[in-house]
Design a binder for this molecule. Structure first.
Ligand SMILES: Cc1ncc(COP(=O)(O)O)c(C=O)c1O
Length: 346
C-alpha cells in the first residue's frame, strides 16, 4: 500500500516548488551544514547509542532530566516505538490528523476509534471528546497544532482530557511537532505539565523548524521513566545517526533561530491569507507554518502546470475531496504561488 505524505519531490521532479512539505521557509542553516561537513569522517563510526551530547542539549532546552527524553529516527519513529512498547488494544485518534498514528495502531492490530473535529467548529478540539474517553481505551492521540488544520487545542481542555485519561488508565500521546512555530507556544504546549502527569508522552521534531527532514531526528518527553525505558527497549540501538546527532546539537546552538523563523512565518502567512481573502478562497486560520484551504476537486493538478506541488488532503480521515494544504514558504516562492492562484481562480 502506498503511503501519501507531503514532500514527495522524488515523484514530481526537482524543478518543482514544493508547498506540500511543512518545512521552515528559511531552509537549513549554514551552521548545520558546516557542522555536518566538518564531521563527515564520522561516517566510519557507529553513532553514540546514548546520544550523550544531544541529550544534554535537549535537557537544557526543555529544562527536564535527561532520563525523561527519548530520541527517534524522526518523530515518526517515536510514534511507532511508543505504540510498539505499549501494545494498546484500543486507540482513539482525534481526526483529521497525521496518518502515522493510524499506521502505528495498525502495526499492533489495535482497534481504532476516531473522534472527528468538525469543520463547523474550525476543526478545533471540543469538550465532547471527553465523552469518548472510557476505561477500555488504552491510548489517545492528540496533535497540537494539528496537522493538517494548523489549529492549537485549548490547553485547559487538553488538561481535562489528560486528567480524565489518568483517572481511567488511558495513556495520551500529544504530538507537538509544529509547536515551535506557534507564537506564544508557552500558552499552548503541554510541556510545563509533563512531570506532573505520568500518562503523557509529548513528541517533538527537529525536521520542521531546522529543515533537516533528510537526517531524521525527533524526541519524546515523558515524566514516567518506565515509559521511556519501555520505548528504548522497543527500538534498535543505533536509531539516531551520527549526522542526526550532530545536526540536533548544532540546531540547538542557534538560540535565536526559532524566534526569527516565527516572525518570518507570521508575516508570510498574513501575505498569503490576505491574497486568499481577496481571491475568495476559503481557508482555516492556522497557528502553524501551513494553511488548510478549500478549492475545487483536483485543484492540485492545476498547480502542477505551474511547477507547484501542494498537498491534496482528500486522503485525511474527516476531510475528503476539495481540501488542500500549503506550507508557508519564502516570500519569493509565496509570490509565485499567489500569481498562479490568481491566474487559476480569476
Ligand atoms: C504531526 C506530525 N508529527 C510527526 C511527523 C513526523 O516528523 P519527523 O520528520 O520528525 O518524523 C510529521 C511529519 O510530517 C507530522 O506532520
Amino acid at each position: 500500500m502506498r503511503k501519501i505524505h507531503g514532500g514527495d519531490v522524488y515523484s514530481f521532479g526537482e524543478n518543482m516548488i514544493d508547498f506540500s512539505a511543512n518545512i521552515t521557509p528559511l531552509g537549513v542553516s549554514e551552521k548545520i551544514l558546516s557542522d555536518i561537513k566538518n564531521n563527515l569522517y564520522k561516517i566510519a563510526l557507529y553513532p553514540d547509542v546514548e546520544c550523550k551530547t544531544l541529550v544534554k542539549a535537549v535537557a537544557e532546552k526543555e529544562k527536564l532530566p535527561k532520563e525523561c527524553i527519548v530520541f527517534g529516527n524522526g518523530a515518526a519513529e517515536i510514534i511507532f516505538n511508543a505504540v510498539n512498547a505499549m501494545k494498546p488494544k484500543k486507540v482513539i485518534i482525534a481526526a483529521p490528523a497525521f496518518a502515522e498514528y493510524e499506521c502505528a495502531a495498525d502495526s499492533v492490530l489495535a482497534e481504532k476509534i476516531f473522534y472527528y473535529m468538525g469543520e463547523n467548529n474550525n476543526f478545533d478540539l471540543d469538550e465532547d471528546i471527553l465523552e469518548c474517553i472510557c476505561e477500555d481505551i488504552d491510548l489517545l492521540f492528540l496533535c497540537t497544532p494539528n496537522n493538517p488544520t494548523g489549529r492549537c487545542a485549548d490547553i485547559e481542555l487538553v488538561l481535562k482530557v489528560v486528567k480524565k485519561c489518568e483517572a481511567l488508565g488511558v495513556f495520551v500521546i500529544i504530538d507537538e511537532c509544529f509547536m515551535d512555530f506557534v507564537v506564544e507556544s508557552e500558552r499552548f504546549s503541554f510541556d510545563r505539565y509533563i512531570m506532573e502527569y505520568h500518562n503523557v508522552l509529548i513528541i517533538k521534531s527537529f525536521t520542521k523548524m531546522y529543515a533537516i527532514p533528510g537526517v531524521r531526528l525527533g524526541y519524546g518527553l515523558c515524566g514516567n521513566r518506565d515509559v521511556i525505558d519501555k520505548i528504548c527497549l522497543s527500538r534498535q540501538p543505533w536509531n539516531v545517526s551520527v549526522f542526526a546527532q550532530i545536526a540536533g546539537v548544532s540546531a540547538l546552538e542557534q538560540k535565536e533561530l526559532p524566534e526569527v523563523t516565527r516572525k518570518y512565518v507570521e508575516k508570510e502567512k498574513r501575505f498569503l491569507l490576505e491574497n486568499f481573502s481577496e481571491m475568495g478562497i476559503e481557508f482555516f486560520e492556522s497557528s502553524a507554518n501551513f494553511i488548510l484551504f478549500k478549492e475545487c476537486e483536483e485543484f492540485d493538478k492545476k498547480l502542477l502546470n505551474y511547477n507547484l506541488i501542494i498537498r491534496n488532503c482528500s486522503n485525511f480521515r474527516g476531510l475528503g475531496k476539495g481540501f488542500f494544504r500549503i506550507a508557508v514558504k519564502s516570500h519569493k516562492e509565496n509570490e509565485v504561488l499567489v500569481r498562479a492562484l490568481k491566474e487559476i481562480v480569476f
